[in-house]
Design a protein around this ligand. Sequence first.
Ligand SMILES: Cc1cc2nc3c(=O)[nH]c(=O)nc-3n(C[C@H](O)[C@H](O)[C@H](O)COP(=O)(O)OP(=O)(O)OC[C@H]3O[C@@H](n4cnc5c(N)ncnc54)[C@H](O)[C@@H]3O)c2cc1C
Length: 405
Amino acid sequence: MGHRGLWSGTVVWDVAVIGGSVTGSAMALELAARGLRVVVLEADHFPREKPCGEGLAPSGAAWLEKHRLLGRLAAEGIHAFPAIAFHHRGRTATGAFPGGGRGVAVRRWVLDRVLAEETVRRGVERVEGAAVTGVSRQDGGWELVAGEQRWQARFVVGADGTHGASQRLLGLRGSRSGHPRFGVRQHFRLARPSADGLVHVHFMDGWDLYVTPLPHNELNVAALLPRSMMAPLGGHLGQGFTRLLTECEPLRGLLAGATPVSTPLAWGPLETAATGCTTDGAVLVGDAAGSADALTGQGMSVALSTAGAAADCVARCLADPAGAEHALRAYAAFRRRRVRDLRRLSHLLLWSVDRPWVLRLVMRALEAQPVVFTRLMAVNDGMAPLRTTVLRSAPRMVWGVAAPR
Ligand SMILES: Cc1cc2nc3c(=O)[nH]c(=O)nc-3n(C[C@H](O)[C@H](O)[C@H](O)COP(=O)(O)OP(=O)(O)OC[C@H]3O[C@@H](n4cnc5c(N)ncnc54)[C@H](O)[C@@H]3O)c2cc1C
C-alpha cells in the first residue's frame, strides 16, 4: 500500500509504473524487492495476446531463473533451445548460444500472466483497464490520470511499449524510422513434433520468417515485413498471411496437417526511438525507451536484463534526491551500452537482408564458421562488444567466404 502525506488525504505511491506487460512487471518486481511501494497501471485486461516471436535469449532466461520464475513457467510449458538456424536460398548456418547457454520459448499469453501474478503476490498494486492519458508534475511528485481515476506517485516509470503514451507524456518521443517494418504472427499445432527443436529464421526476398517451437507441439510463426507488403495483407490478414507462409518451402512441409491455434496478429512499426530514457523524476524502460527491429529477437531480454539497473536508479533517486541527476545519467549510460551494439548488429543484418548478394556472402561465412555465428550471438545478447568481435572474427569471415567447398 502507498503512504499518505505528500498530498493531504491521498495515497502516494513511491513509484507508478505505466504498462504492466513483461517490462512493467519485471520493473515492479525489481522495485518491490528494493522495498518500494509500487502501483502498476495497465491499459489492457490480462491474460491477453501480444504479437511476438516468443523466444527469450539466455540473458532473459537468466533473469527469470534469478527471480525463481523459470520453474513456474516450466510447469505451464516452456521450450529450451540451444541454437538458432538461419536459412537463405538453400544455405543453412547454425549458431549455438555462447557458453552452452539456452534460449527459452514461452507463450506471451503465459509469460505476461505469470509475471503479473507474481507482482501481485509480492505486494504490488496492479490496476488493469487503466490507460494512462495524463502525467503532470505536482509538488515535486507526479499525478497520473486514466479516465476518471487519478494516482499520485513520487516517481514514474514508463513501461508501455512501442506505442504507449509515456514517451510523449514525458516529452521523450523520438523520431520514427523512415523504412518501417511490421510483424505478423500466428500459432499452429503441428501434426508431428518439429525435428530439431531449434528456432529457424528463413530470409526470403525482402522479408523474413521466424519459426519458434513451443511446448505442446505448437509453433510460433512470425513474419517481419516492409510496409509495402502489409498493404496487400490488410483487411484479410488471415488469408493473406496463410498465402504468404506457403512461399517458404520448408515451412510448407512443417505445417502440412497443422492446425492454427491462434488468429494472426499484426504489430508495428517495429523500430522506434526515444530522445532519451530519463527525465527529472521518471525513466523509460523496455520498448518504451526505444525498440530495435524484432529480427534480433532481443526486446524481452533487453527489458529483463536492464530492469535491475533501472530499479537501482529509481531507488537512488528516491533515497537521495541530491544525487538523482547522477543516478539518472548512470542508468542512461548503462542502457545505451546494452543496446548500442545490438542496434548496430540489427542494422547490419537489415542492410544485408535488403541486398541478397551480401546476405549470400554472410550466410556462406556463417555456415563455414559457426564459431563466428556464436560470437555474434554474444554481441546480440549484450555479452561482447561488436567492434572487437568483428575485428577478431574478420579473418575467419574472409576464409569462410573464400574457402573452396
Ligand atoms: C512480430 C514480433 C516478434 C518479436 N519477437 C521477439 C522475440 O522472439 N524475442 C524477444 O525478446 N522480443 C521479440 N519481440 C519484441 C517484444 O515483443 C517486445 O520487445 C516486448 O513485448 C516489449 O515489452 P514491453 O513490456 O516493453 O512492451 P509491451 O509488451 O508492448 O507492453 C506494453 C504494455 O503497456 C500497456 N500500455 C500501453 N499504453 C498504455 C497506457 N497509456 N497506459 C497504461 N498501459 C499502457 C499495453 O497494454 C501493454 O500491456 C517481437 C516483437 C514483434 C512485434
